[in-house]
Design a protein around this ligand. Structure first.
Ligand code: NAD
Ligand code: UDP
Length: 369
C-alpha cells in the first residue's frame, strides 16, 4: 500500500514510518518541520532497506497540499501533523484551531480530490477530559479542558459526520494515552523543543544533568503514593497500533475508534524511580503544587483494540525507560547533537546496520546484505 504520512518527521510519525517500511509499504512523508527535523527521516531511512520519500509541505497551504495528494495518489493517509502543547494552546488558541482543525479540513479536501478515503487520525486520551470513570472506555463521554483537547474533539466529530455522510470513507480515530520510549537503536526518539511539558522527557533531562530536579505536580492525590498516575505506552507499541488499524480499514468503511494504551498506570514517583534504576544517575525531585487541569489518574481499557485489531501493548515501564535513556544518552540535545549527526549517509547506515529493518518480502532481518 502507498501510505502518505503527515507529520512523519515527528516523534510518533518517525517510528510509525519505520514500521510501515518494514511491513513492505511505500511511504511518502509530508511535514513542515515546525516541530521536527529532516534528520529524523534521514535516520529512519538509514534504519531501513527501503526508503521513505520526504516532502516539505504545510497542511495550511491548500493548493500545494491538493497538488501533492493528486500527484502522490496514496491508498491511505496516517495523519500525525498537528501542534500538541497544551500550555501553548491556552495562550495561542487560534494558532491551534488553525493548524489542527483547518489543517485537517484541508487534508480531507485534498484526499477527496485524490480519491483517497482511508484515514488514520492521531486523537488523544485528552478527549476524555476530566473523566474519573476508570478505566476509560471508547464510549466514555468526551469533553475538553483546553484548546488543544478541543481541536482533537472537533476533529473526531468532524470525521464522524464525514463518515456518516459518505460511505466511501474508512476512518480510524486512535486515542493515544501517554506515548514514551524510543526506537531500540537510540537513533530516533522524542526531541522536545525548550522545556519539556511532559513528565518522561523532563525526567530524562534531569537524569542527563540538563535540569536540576523534577517538580512533581502534587503529592496528595488519592493514588497509592499520592502522585498522578498515567498509562504510559511505548512508542513502538503505539506505532504498531497504526499498522493494525490500517489493516482493519482495508475491508471496513465507516468511522472507528480505539484506545491505544496498556491498561496499567504508573505514578510519577514510579517513573522517577525507574529512571534512577536504569540510568544509575540521581534524579532529584521536589513535590510542588498540582498542575491546574490534571486528573489524579488516567488509564485505558484497551480491550476493544485487542478484540478488533488483534493489537496489544507488549512493552512495560522498564523497557520504555531503558529505550528512552539510550536515546537521551546518545542525543543529549536531540537531533541537533550527538555523534550520529556528524556521519555521512553511508556512515550512518553502516553504524545502524545491526538494527537494519528489511521489507517483509525481502526476507528476515539482515538478509539483503
Ligand atoms: P510531533 O510534534 O513530534 O509531530 C508532529 C509533526 O507534525 C511534526 O513533525 C511537525 O513538524 C508536523 N506538523 C505540525 N503542523 C504541521 C502542518 N501544518 N503541516 C505539516 N506538518 C505539520 O508530535 P507527536 O508526539 O509525534 O504527535 C503526533 C500526533 O499525535 C499529534 O497530532 C499529537 O497531537 C498526537 N498525540 C500526541 C501525544 C503525545 O504525547 N506525543 C499524545 C496524544 C496525541
Ligand atoms: N508531571 C509532573 N511533573 C512534570 C510533568 C508532569 O509531576 O514536570 C505529572 C503530571 O502531573 C501527570 C504526569 O506527570 O500526573 C504525566 O504528565 P504529562 O504531562 O506527561 O502527561 P498528561 O498529564 O498530559 O497525561
Amino acid at each position: 500500500m502507498h501510505v502518505l504520512v503527515t507529520g512523519g518527521a515527528g516523534y510518533i510519525g518517525s517510528h510509525t514510518v519505520l514500521q510501515l517500511l518494514q511491513d513492505g509499504h511505500e511511504v511518502t512523508i509530508l511535514d513542515n518541520f515546525s516541530n521536527s527535523s529532516p534528520e529524523a527521516v534521514r535516520r529512519v531511512n538509514a534504519l531501513s532497506s527501503s526508503k521513505a520519500k520526504l516532502l516539505k509541505v504545510d497542511l495550511l497551504d491548500e493548493e500545494l497540499l491538493k497538488e501533492t495528494l493528486t500527484t502522490v495518489k496514496p491508498d491511505a493517509v496516517i495523519h500525525f501533523a498537528g501542534l500538541k502543547s497544551v500550555g501553548e494552546s491556552v495562550s495561542q488558541p487560534l494558532k491551534y484551531y488553525r493548524n489542527n482543525v483547518t489543517g485537517t479540513l484541508n487534508l480531507l479536501d485534498a484526499m477527496d480530490s485524490a480519491q483517497c478515503h482511508t484515514l488514520v487520525f492521531s486523537s488523544s486520551a485528552t478527549v476524555y477530559g476530566e473523566s474519573t470513570a476508570l478505566p476509560l472506555l471508547e464510549r466514555t463521554p468526551r469533553s475538553a479542558t483546553n484548546p488543544y483537547g478541543r481541536t482533537k474533539l472537533h476533529i473526531e466529530e468532524m470525521l464522524e459526520e464525514l463518515g456518516a455522510s459518505d460511505a466511501r470513507w474508512s476512518i480510524a480515530n486512535l486515542r493515544y494515552f501517554n506515548p514514551v520510549g524510543a526506537h531500540e537503536s537510540g537513533a530516533i526518539g522524542e526531541d522536545p523543543q525548550g522545556i519539556p511539558n511532559n513528565l518522561m522527557p523532563y525526567v530524562a533531562q534531569v537524569a542527563i544533568g540538563r535540569r536540576d530536579k523534577v517538580g512533581v505536580f502534587g503529592g496528595d492525590y488519592s493514588t497509592p503514593d499520592g502522585t498522578g498516575v498515567r498509562d504510559y505506552i511505548h512508542v513502538e507499541d503505539l506505532a504498531a497500533g497504526h499498522l493494525a488499524a490500517l489493516e482493519y480499514l482495508k475491508d471496513s468503511s465507516g468511522v472507528h475508534v480505539w484506545n491505544l494504551g496498556t491498561g496499567t498506570g504508573a505514578s510519577v514517583l514510579e517513573v522517577i524511580e525507574a529512571f534512577r534504576r536504569v540510568s544509575g544517575q540521581p534524579v532529584p525531585y521536589e513535590i510542588v503544587e498540582r498542575r491546574p487541569g490534571d486528573v489524579a489518574e488516567s488509564y485505558a481499557n484497551p480491550e476493544k483494540a485487542r478484540l478488533e485489531l488483534g493489537w496489544k501493548a507488549e512493552r512495560g515501564l522498564e523497557q520504555m525507560v531503558e529505550d528512552m535513556w539510550r536515546w537521551q544518552e546518545q542525543n543529549p540535545r536531540g537531533f541537533e547533537s550527538g555523534d550520529l549527526l556528524e556521519l555521512s549517509d553511508d556512515e550512518l547506515a553502516e553504524h545502524l546496520k545491526p538494527y537494519l529493518v528489511t521489507r517483509k518480502e525481502d526476507g528476515p532481518r539482515g538478509d539483503i546484505d
